[in-house]
Design a protein around this ligand. Structure first.
Ligand SMILES: NC(=O)c1ccc[n+]([C@@H]2O[C@H](COP(=O)([O-])OP(=O)(O)OC[C@H]3O[C@@H](n4cnc5c(N)ncnc54)[C@H](OP(=O)(O)O)[C@@H]3O)[C@@H](O)[C@H]2O)c1
Length: 327
């Protein structure tokens, strides 16, 4: 797999990373530990060098999996993790106080079985802690050698500018896909201006763009998509138009819809590195194949025109999860 530079930070990653969240958190019961480790290792053996985790993905459980799977190749991979939720639970509110950031860093280093974190993201901007203070704390961790690069997730343009002035932001991780194109308005131009890399999360639209789910799909009772307005049965029925479009494009390119969703992101900018997640070996291989599909400017123009004509229905997050909305 080819590599990409995340902006001007000097951070080089495989063009497709691997999002480890779903192995422990978010989409139903955790994957059995041996299977999860085998999957992470398979991603590495297939050329993936960029792995994404967070404290909040099972209160350290996901970081421990990543540590177990990759500690023997530590110097060959880039590991990104995140701080910012109280008690490491996204239902408990935000907490980016400096002492908490330091506590998370120490836990992450232990769980990941390493003495440095390549990329340490603030998971969400905390309205109670100025971003300058957060950036300053990460700057200190960088000076101490415990962290290599600073990242933000779902941060708005003002927060990014303010933080970047204290400690350069290497990468922004926010939702971006054919299913959620809002970053094209203000975020992507700002990242280009400041030389910040972009790591789109949920690049497969949380699975929706793959064509493997429809209005009849039943989610496990612990699956977050049960409470996400975009994923109500009614909205899935309406939003099926985008799946039909991606499926049609996939047919034209001899690819699968998941591969087209990833190729579309890779074609946007050379400093974008998406992090699809899966719990299944065959899908991992399929997704990695997305890096081999190249969409040219003509393809993009046709696809984007068609996307512009689709009106999607449903908010990303319910009011009860307002903390997850970016600032
Ligand atoms: N910063 C943040 O706030 C934030 C938020 C969300 C996610 N993330 C990160 O981004 C990563 C990816 O995002 P995500 O997991 O939300 O969404 P995603 O990668 O867009 O989609 C994952 C979903 O798609 C399914 N899937 C994956 N490949 C497939 C394929 N080829 N065919 C059919 N279904 C497929 C998976 O199910 P199976 O497991 O059954 O394959 C899973 O339900 C996460 O792992 C996490 O590291 C960050």
């Amino acid at each position: 797999m080819k590599t990409r530079q995340l902006g001007t930070s000097g951070l080089e990653v495989s063009e497709l990373g691997f999002g480890c969240m779903g192995l422990s958190h978010g989409y139903g019961p955790a994957t059995n530990e041996n299977d999860a480790i085998a999957l992470i290792q398979k991603a590495y053996e297939s050329g993936t060098t960029f792995f994404d985790t967070a404290e909040v993905y099972g209160q350290g459980a996901n970081e421990q999996l990543v540590g177990k799977a990759l500690h023997h190749v530590r110097d060959k991979v880039i590991i990104a993790t995140k701080f910012g939720f109280k008690n490491g639970r996204n239902t408990d509110g935000l907490d980016s106080r400096p002492e908490r950031i330091r506590e998370v860093a120490e836990n992450s280093l232990r769980y990941l079985r390493t003495d440095y974190i390549d990329l340490f993201y603030q998971h969400r901007v905390d309205p109670d802690v100025p971003v300058e203070e957060v950036a300053g704390t990460v700057k200190d961790l960088i000076a101490e050698g415990k962290v290599k690069h600073f990242g933000m997730s779902e941060a708005g343009i003002r927060s990014i500018r303010r933080a970047h002035a204290v400690q350069p932001v290497a990468a922004l991780q926010s939702e971006y896909s054919m299913f959620w194109r809002e970053p094209e308005n203000e975020i992507i131009p700002l990242l280009e201006e400041l030389g910040i890399g972009f790591v789109p999360f949920s690049p497969l639209g949380k699975g929706f763009l793959t064509g493997k789910m429809n209005a009849d799909t039943e989610f496990d009772k612990t699956d977050w998509r049960n409470v996400m307005p975009r994923f109500t049965k009614e909205n899935r029925k309406v939003n099926q138009t985008i799946v039909d479009l991606v499926t049609k494009i996939a047919g034209e390119h001899n690819a699968t819809p998941a591969q087209i969703a990833l190729a579309w992101l890779l074609a946007q900018k050379p400093w974008i590195a998406p992090i699809p997640g899966t719990t299944k070996m065959t899908r991992l291989e399929e997704n990695i194949g997305g890096a081999d599909i190249s969409l040219g400017n003509d393809d993009l123009a046709i696809i984007n025109k068609a996307l512009d004509n689709i009106s999607l229905q449903g908010e990303r997050y319910p009011a009860s999860l307002a903390n997850l909305q970016g600032r």
